[in-house]
Design a protein around this ligand. Structure first.
Ligand code: AMP
Length: 282
């Protein structure tokens, strides 16, 4: 496995690979890797001759400085995991390599980056779009792999790729969960044993809401009920929302279950967790 910290050296390596007609699959991450990330590596390996994983905790997508400072960093273990799973290339730049000066581009995706995650984390998706644009330009991957766990992020990146005409095919892979249902996340590493148990309520709320929505109950009523259930367990729900998987517009009623996704965000102690499920699992 080749590890690069510098853009120039990485690009020289990739140029060589492209000359030998190799296709490049790209998995962007912020490290603290877990089996969810590894499922993306597996998907990339199945669809490309080379797999490149980036590990970079992008400061511009954090709207909360404490969250950035406390974000888990486990580079040595990450590299060992990637090596063990047959990843070919790791790109792990320092901040100076990615951001040269004070000039910051910003992105506006209209409603898409103002609702849900965008509402509660202002500027987050602009930072995501900025770093993904940089990474796509550096790597120029044939395909790039993302998790359904961050579904709104996937929709933002899909819009970005469409608008900027990136020549990269995007794939969205299913959320990998712990045995008890908790969606895997790097932030889970920061949960105490009690918080870890409290965190299960996100997936429970999603499943219960899905079942009751399909029986004809109103989202508005269910939202209030789920927020109260969360609060009783010390979990502060930020949103429980239904969206159209195609255009990501918010819905209050189920129109077409095959194109609907239910999303939740909640604070467990200081840790903000998100999760989602499709109304009709594929
Ligand atoms: P992150 O390191 O959290 O920025 O995530 C990097 C990529 O891994 C993103 O595309 C995430 O959506 C994806 N990812 C994170 N957690 C999971 C999971 N539990 N299952 C599948 N993909 C995931």
């Amino acid at each position: 496995m080749n590890i690069f910290k510098e853009i120039g050296a990485l690009q020289a390596h990739l140029k060589h690979a492209r000359c030998s007609k190799k296709t490049i699959g790209f998995v962007p991450t912020m490290g603290a890797l877990h089996p969810g990330h590894l499922s993306l590596i597996r998907a990339s390996k199945a669809g490309n001759s080379l797999t490149l994983c980036s590990i970079y905790v992008n400061p511009t997508q954090f709207n909360n400085p404490a969250d950035l400072a406390k974000y888990p960093r486990t580079m040595e273990a990450d590299v060992a995991m990637l090596e063990g799973h047959g990843c070919d290339i790791v790109f792990a730049p320092e901040n100076e390599e990615m951001y040269k000066g004070p000039i910051q581009l910003s992105f506006d995706f209209g409603k898409l980056d103002k609702i849900l995650e965008g509402e509660f984390r202002p500027g987050h998706f602009s930072g995501v779009a900025l770093v993904v644009s940089k990474l796509f330009n550096i790597v120029q991957p044939d395909k790039a792999y993302f998790g359904q766990k961050d579904y709104q992020q996937f929709k933002v990146i899909a819009r970005l790729a469409e608008e900027l005409k990136f020549n990269t095919k995007l794939e969205c892979e299913p959320t990998v969960r712990e045995q008890d249902g908790l969606a895997m996340s790097s932030r889970n590493k920061r949960l105490s044993a009690t918080e870890r148990k409290q965190g299960l309520i996100l997936y429970d709320c999603l499943k219960q809401t899905r079942q009751r929505l399909m029986r004809g109950e109103k989202l508005m009523t269910l939202r209030g009920e789920m927020a109260a259930t969360c609060l009783k367990q010390g979990v502060k729900m930020e949103y429980l929302a239904l969206a159209d998987t195609e255009n990501f517009s918010l819905l209050e009623n189920v129109v077409s279950p095959e194109h609907s996704i239910l999303l939740i965000a909640a604070y467990v102690g200081e840790i903000r967790l998100i999760d989602n499920i499709l109304l009709e699992e594929k």
